[in-house]
Design a protein around this ligand. Structure first.
Ligand code: MN
Length: 292
């Protein structure tokens, strides 16, 4: 029996439903848009844009519905390699708050547990859900979590760009995970933020470098280990963010949009410009826009 999974969008998934005129409608599972059954395939489309084809006819139907994705269906087979470790980061796009990176280990006996929690890309999961499920992951999965606070970030950023910082953090997370486990799994996936060759170039001066990492974009949608790492990293970001709001009794906002600019001005009027370096990534254009 085959399984093919694709990431798409709601509109496309609804258009696909219209194409499947011969399919039999089934009871819609939680978080799903629809579930239908053909003679040899069950098709489930989710609110998140994910579509899962299951059954002997899955691969043929996948080729029909997503002809351009033949390659991604092939690479998707690698997602079944266990044990695996995966890493992802949260916070590089947020003006306020830290950068967090997590590397997490997933063995084959963790698969059902992760699936039952609905683990997927943290960007697709609501904050409240992250707060509920992340502690479960933290308890169960061997992982390494790094939190780069804003003051340190700003100091390091004066001589390192964001990509260099991320590269060093991912590497560090794998070094720590290796120390915990004794040995890393043969298959370790980085949610790709830079070309593999550049990644290793940024690590030239590091003492310990974990070699042979696999780089793939949108890995958090393809590998349970990366998805789990992204949820833990997101949780750590939220915890830090909440602590910041509490410490300054101030409603910081996420992202880096125009709402942030207004928030910067409010924060500076209350706490002064010097305090900004402890809560924000100063090199963002928002600083200039808000203050000069
Ligand atoms: Mn990522």
């Amino acid at each position: 029996m085959g399984t093919c999974t694709f990431q798409s969008d709601r509109t496309t998934l609804l258009a696909i439903r219209k194409k499947l005129t011969h399919a039999e409608q089934r009871k819609t599972p939680p978080y799903a848009l629809y579930q239908v059954k053909t003679s040899d395939c069950v098709i489930t489309a989710y609110e998140s844009g994910k579509i899962v084809l299951q059954g002997n006819g899955a691969e043929d139907l996948a080729a029909l519905l997503f002809p351009q994705s033949k390659k991604s269906a092939v690479t998707a087979n690698k997602t079944g390699i266990y044990p695996q470790a995966g890493s992802d980061e949260v916070g590089p796009g947020d003006y306020f708050g830290p950068v967090t990176v997590c590397a997490a280990y997933v063995g084959s006996d963790d698969i059902d547990f992760l699936r039952s929690l609905g683990i997927q890309d943290s960007k697709a999961i609501q904050d409240e859900t992250i707060r509920k499920i992340a502690p479960e992951l933290i308890k169960r999965l061997p992982h390494s979590l790094l939190i780069l606070d804003n003051a340190t970030y700003n100091r390091i950023h004066s001589t390192n760009n964001m990509v260099a910082i991320k590269a060093r953090m991912h590497n560090q997370a794998y070094v720590h995970l290796k120390n915990k486990l004794g040995e890393l799994p043969a298959f370790c996936i980085v949610d790709q933020f830079v070309q593999k060759s550049s990644y290793y170039r940024y690590l030239q001066n590091e003492q310990a470098v974990i070699p042979n990492l696999h780089f793939e974009t949108k890995a958090e949608n393809k590998y349970l280990s990366v998805a789990a790492a992204s949820v833990i990293a997101r949780y750590a970001f939220l915890q830090s963010f909440d602590a910041m709001c509490k410490a300054y009794d101030f409603p910081f906002v996420k992202g880096a949009g125009s709402k942030v600019d207004e928030t910067i001005r409010q924060f500076v009027s209350l706490h002064g410009k010097d305090a900004l370096r402890n809560v924000a990534k100063l090199h963002f254009a928002n600083t200039k826009k808000a203050l000069y």
